[in-house]
Design a protein around this ligand. Structure first.
Ligand code: NDP
Ligand code: CA
Length: 315
């Protein structure tokens, strides 16, 4: 018998711009590395059986299949080569993976390799132009955090979109490092965009940056993204009444050290070139349940973020 799944609905955003014909669906998700979930995380309210890879693997794939994103950005992937790459390739996805240079998974007995960021795209919707793995630097010094950046061409419109998946340094005390890593990623993206337009500043390249930023909205790295000259906005703000605030949480867990309920995950998009058509809502506290996440019903301590975007027409 199957545990109940979290039931979530799409909230349609009416920006008075007409109905989108064929939106691009984007999913951002820290899927919880298998080695970390059974290791250092110490999820004291989650039964070990719910953390078994066979169960979690099915729930993760089910979640991806339920929404069928055209673009999928995952963090804490420590089963890329044996699971996600081959399974999703069979479903028509191309992908790129970048492991963390010193993944904490490697410290766990029986690990299945380093965890890292993976970026998947639907081959029937997009053509690959370029992909790069970036080791994020802070003050010129390479860090243990990475990003995958991929430039795609939409098959139906011919338009370009540049997508990044990242996972910034975790834990409190490292706010300065997240800020530096975020700035480094913005710098890389700025260069990439400039290269793409070849000096023609009238052309704007649509950007999507998905990640577990490990930063609440009051942190400096969030402010850097929100005020960047790239013209970015965070898609999940659209869920709020005033369209100006982030959800209350994107992760909710209970470790030996206590409960943690916070917003750390974001989908950033260029507001001049992309429009948010729909946002998958967040499950409420009752649905998540008293033991929080992960659980028999949901395989990660982070919730997936799913949005539909369309290209804005040029004025
Ligand atoms: P981070 O601090 O960024 O955290 C790595 C992972 O730990 C994240 O996936 C994070 O998940 C998770 N995490 C966050 N908070 C907790 C918590 N309270 N309990 C358990 N897990 C948590 O780590 P780094 O990438 O900087 O790597 C640190 C590890 O890497 C070290 O433990 C070390 O073993 C190894 N390392 C080894 C080096 C070497 O020279 N051998 C060099 C550098 C690192 P989330 O994002 O979901 O919060
Ligand atoms: Ca984690």
């Amino acid at each position: 018998d199957q545990p109940p799944r979290l039931h979530r609905n799409f909230v349609y955003i009416n920006d008075g711009d007409g109905v989108a014909s064929s939106p691009i669906r984007v999913m951002q998700w820290n899927i919880l590395a298998q080695a970390l979930g059974v290791g250092a995380d110490n999820f004291v309210r989650c039964p070990l059986e719910a953390l078994s890879w066979s169960r979690r693997k099915n729930l993760i794939l089910e979640e991806i299949l339920a929404y069928r994103p055209h673009i999928l950005c995952l963090q804490e992937v420590d089963h890329y080569y044996d699971t996600f790459q081959p399974v999703l390739a069979n479903m028509g996805y191309s992908s790129h993976f970048c492991p963390k240079p010193w993944s904490p998974c490697l410290d766990v007995e029986g690990n299945s390799g380093p965890d890292g960021c993976a970026l998947f795209f639907d081959e029937s919707r997009f053509e690959l132009l370029d992909s790069a793995s970036i080791r994020l630097s802070a003050m010129m010094i390479p860090t243990n955090q990475v990003a995958v950046v991929t430039t795609l061409r939409c098959q139906s419109t011919g338009k370009y979109v540049c997508v990044a998946a990242t996972h910034l340094k975790a834990r409190s005390g490292w706010e300065w490092l997240r800020s530096a890593q975020g700035s480094d990623l913005l710098w890389h993206l700025q260069n990439l965009v400039q290269e793409l337009v070849g000096g023609n500043s009238n052309v704007q390249v649509p950007l999507l940056i998905c990640g577990d930023f490990n930063a609440v909205p009051s942190e400096e790295v969030y402010r850097r993204f929100a005020t960047s000259p790239l013209g970015l906005d965070s898609a999940y703000k659209k869920l709020s009444q005033d369209g100006a605030s982030e959800p209350e949480y994107t992760t909710w867990k209970i470790r030996g050290t206590g409960e943690c309920c916070s917003t750390l995950d974001y989908i950033w998009y260029t507001k001049g070139t992309l429009r948010v058509d729909a946002v998958l809502d967040m499950p409420d506290e009752e649905q998540i349940g008293p033991n929080r996440l992960p659980s028999y019903s949901y395989p990660s301590d982070h919730l997936s973020l799913v949005c539909d975007f369309s290209f804005r027409e040029k004025e």
